[in-house]
Design a binder for this molecule. Structure first.
Ligand code: SAH
Length: 358
């Protein structure tokens, strides 16, 4: 068996200062009281924060109060730059953390929704060879607030541009969310709890994407959450998946699918299977048939993603006719499948590519 030292890499750096969004409502009150103020101020502060307002706009808090409570709203991310494409409908933001860590988020505006793709770790320890983030290893976990703040900032940006704000969140930026389990689950709670506890988003509008850390999928199943789970499968057979998603050597295809279907049974949510089509690597008709066989009859949807080539790699996306044949065979095998649109290609939209340019 291949050893997997990178999977549980010790983070090389520490977390940022504690922020209001790291705390649940009871802990926020305690923190406000510890700063010498009345507990109810925690709710006011939280309302401002989740509405996307910085400290400068807290008009119902006096300047003295604001200053006293400022330690609860440290600036977590400094904007390094925004790059846009698709006529401004896709915006990729690069952020710098308190320790100079760089992470990315991408906002995609569609007719009836705005989706933000966020990072859960700086870097990633999963080492998938086709993914730009996977090449650099893990720098550190993001804190709960650093995860939530990407959504709060994207929401504020979207509203400032005159749109309706973020409606959907996908954990498909940098990092493996289930390798930062506690903070990611706390962030999910912040996203879905109604104001003033959180952002009040709909669970069905949140997608958590994972390489398939089986014990963590089982734990998530017991959390009482109903977010959509996406599994990065990329191959239906262990031999190939061991190389494309190295964690497969620990939890093979059959086991990871069983865990994911357990999540589906408990939550009633449809499973998303992610499958990046890589020319000549995982796009053979027999693999489409095997994939269909493994998924048939389940509450599942396959998202085929044309590979977004990363610098320094020989791999490329499958040709259109091959992609079409793959879809056709999945459908013929009784499995829902669509090809994902490829927003943000010309701005290095693939996972980790913008941070890699720095
Ligand atoms: N670590 C998580 C989430 C981050 S990546 C996971 O692996 O699921 C989100 C999705 O983008 C994953 O399915 C990942 O495999 C895919 N991905 C990464 N790099 C890609 C690339 N160059 N082209 C296409 N898809 C890619």
């Amino acid at each position: 068996m291949t050893s997997l030292p990178l999977v549980f890499d010790a983070p090389k750096r520490g977390l940022p200062p504690q922020h209001l969004a790291d705390l649940d409502p009871a802990a926020r009150r305690e923190a406000v009281v510890a700063l010498g103020e009345k507990g109810f101020r925690a709710e006011q502060l939280a309302r401002h924060y989740f509405a996307g307002h910085g400290s400068e706009q807290m008009t119902d808090l006096s300047p003295v109060l604001r200053e006293r409570l400022a330690p609860l709203l440290p600036e977590l991310w400094t904007r390094v730059r925004d790059v846009d494409c698709d006529a401004g409908a896709t915006i990729k933001s690069l952020w710098r953390g308190h320790d100079s860590t760089l992470v990315e988020s991408v906002t995609m505006r569609y007719k009836e929704r705005t989706t933000v793709c966020i990072s859960s770790q700086a870097g990633c320890g999963m080492a998938c060879p086709f993914c730009a983030t996977g090449q650099g290893g893990l720098t550190r976990n993001l804190s709960t607030a650093e995860i939530v703040d990407q959504v709060v900032r994207a929401n504020a940006d979207d509203l400032a541009r005159g749109f309706r704000g973020v409606s959907n969140v996908v954990f498909m930026g940098m990092g493996e969310p289930l390798a930062n389990y506690n903070r990611v689950v706390a962030a999910l709670r912040r996203l879905v709890e109604p104001a003033p506890a959180g952002l009040g988003m709909s669970q069905r509008n949140i997608v958590l994407s994972t390489v398939g850390l089986v014990p963590a999928i089982r734990k998530l199943t017991a959390e009482g959450l109903q977010v959509t789970l996406a599994l990065s499968l990329h191959a239906p057979d262990d031999e190939l998946r061991n190389t494309l998603v190295p964690v497969n050597t620990r939890w093979p295809v059959k086991e990871v699918l069983e865990a994911a279907f357990g999540y589906v049974r408990t939550t009633g949510r449809r499973l998303s299977i992610e499958y990046a089509l890589i020319k000549g690597v995982n796009d053979q008709p027999w693999r489409a048939d095997l994939l269909a066989k493994r998924l048939k009859g389940k509450l599942v949807h396959v998202n085929l993603i044309p590979l977004n080539p990363t610098p320094g790699s020989d791999w490329d996306a499958s040709p259109k006719p091959v992609e079409e044949e793959f879809v056709r065979r999945l459908r013929e095998g009784g499995v829902n499948a669509t090809v994902r649109d490829t927003r943000g290609r010309e701005i290095a939209g693939a996972c980790g590519q913008l941070a890699a340019l720095e």
